[in-house]
Design a binder for this molecule. Structure first.
Ligand code: HEM
Length: 397
């Protein structure tokens, strides 16, 4: 039965798509799922039923369907990380990625001016300076480094801190706490909890300062719009911090590996977009729940059932991309869904693009002899059930 036509048959049931150790990413199984008719049924580790969406066309239609919600408080929402033992953060006021229209719109409207191509272009010198400082530190330390710890993680965190108007003297504090938050392997639950509380306390203090002494920064401008209440500010800022840190870091690290394997593309800025599509690190980020009965690709999904659009599967769909498994920065298809799609599509995407472009350019310009210090198959792939990346990236020059 061709995909998309009602089958009347029982839907195929598959294991929840956690990575099997040793398997590449995106998992080769995604190809089989795409070829199955309708949707694929799966169960989260806690037994909850979810529908996996793997075709590009279906992912885009789910992410624009008003009968489908982003609200994690909805019973039936597929809280993937919670089922993996990571306690779910309470929906804090201002955590707008978990809100639906119309509540979501107010936040989005207030934040869009902060992330336009023009505004982000103004951040270019700050990004260049941050990237160069991290490279300076690596070069000063010798002829080898862990590009995840020394480059990919600090760059986005320092960029976000300058975006938020964190004073330079506090940036090391900010960077170390955000690093603890994302280092699933290297930090304990307790350390992460403490780091999260310290960051929240710091952000609350920063907001109070900006309320009294506004400056030329994102927090002051947001407060001035009056669209976001002071008590919602910490949720908004924590969201920017968390959404923009590890996602960007993982893309930078995986992109460097891909460039080392395909050196003919070094220096070509088109690698940025292709790296986003090719690696699709945020595979399990756009989680949803049906709030009404809805038919997707001929499959009836009942109100209250979870929906998991797999963006890595969509971005490797051969119906949407020619030779999708090839890394080809010259491809002309630009419709990847690495940043999601619809009203929640990544707010920080213009910023990510300049961060990645500057990171790759400066890294290979300044360290032309950069090479992997271990065989590529020994690189520790990190897949915590939400994002895909690397635990470490040992390099030499
Ligand atoms: C939303 C991916 C970097 C801020 C999203 C979504 C995806 C995504 C897939 C959609 C979530 C959904 O559908 O529920 C990525 C990737 C990144 C990246 C792959 C890096 C390569 C950033 C950065 C920032 C940021 C640097 C900001 C500093 C946000 C925010 C949202 C979001 C605020 C929520 C938007 C909304 O709900 O309206 N991102 N992101 N992201 N991203 Fe990103």
């Amino acid at each position: 039965v061709p995909p998309g036509e009602p089958t009347g048959a029982e839907p195929p049931v598959v294991d929840f798509p956690l990575r099997v150790p040793g398997e590449s990413f995106p998992p080769p199984r995604y190809q089989d799922y795409r070829e199955l008719p309708g949707l694929v049924l799966s169960y989260l580790p806690n037994g909850r039923k979810v529908w996996l969406v793997t075709r590009h066309e279906d992912v885009r239609s789910v992410l624009t369907d008003k009968r489908i919600s982003s609200n994690p408080d909805h019973p039936g929402f597929p809280n993937v990380s919670e089922t993996l033992g990571v306690p779910r953060q309470e929906q804090i006021p201002g955590w707008f990625v978990g809100l639906d229209s119309p509540e979501h719109d107010r936040f989005r409207r207030a934040l869009i001016p902060e992330f336009t191509v023009r505004r982000v272009r103004e951040l270019r010198p700050a990004v260049e300076q941050t990237v160069d400082r991290c490279i300076d530190a690596m070069l000063a330390a010798g002829d080898e480094a862990d590009l995840v710890a020394d480059f990919a993680l600090p760059v986005p965190s320092l960029v976000i801190s300058s975006l938020l108007g964190v004073p330079p003297v506090d940036r090391d504090f900010f960077e170390s706490r955000t690093r603890t938050l994302v280092a699933i392997q290297a930090s304990t639950d307790r350390q992460r909890d403490t780091a999260s509380r310290e960051l929240l306390r710091y952000i609350n203090r920063l907001v109070a300062i900006k309320q009294n002494w506004p400056g030329d920064d994102l927090i002051s401008r947001l407060l001035a719009t009056g669209a976001i209440e002071p008590h919602e500010m910490s949720g908004v800022l924590m969201l920017l911090l968390i959404a923009g840190h590890e996602t960007t870091a993982n893309n930078i690290a995986l992109g460097v590996v891909t460039l080392l394997q395909n050196p003919e593309w070094i220096g070509d800025d088109r690698v940025v977009e292709e790296t986003l599509r090719f690696h699709s690190v945020a595979d399990l980020v756009s989680l949803r729940v049906a709030v009404e009965d809805v038919e997707i690709s001929g499959q009836l999904v009942r109100a209250g059932e979870g929906i998991v659009p797999l963006v890595a599967a969509a971005n490797h769909d051969e119906k949407a991309f020619s030779c999708p498994h090839a890394f080809d920065p010259a491809r002309t298809e630009r419709h990847h869904v690495a940043f999601g799609y619809g009203v929640h599509q990544c707010l920080g995407q213009n910023l990510v693009r300049i961060e990645m472009e500057i990171a790759y350019r400066r890294l290979f310009e300044r360290i032309p002899g950069l090479r992997l210090a271990v065989p590529v198959e020994d690189l520790p792939l990190k897949y915590d059930g939400v994002l895909c990346g690397l635990h470490a990236l040992p390099v030499r020059w």
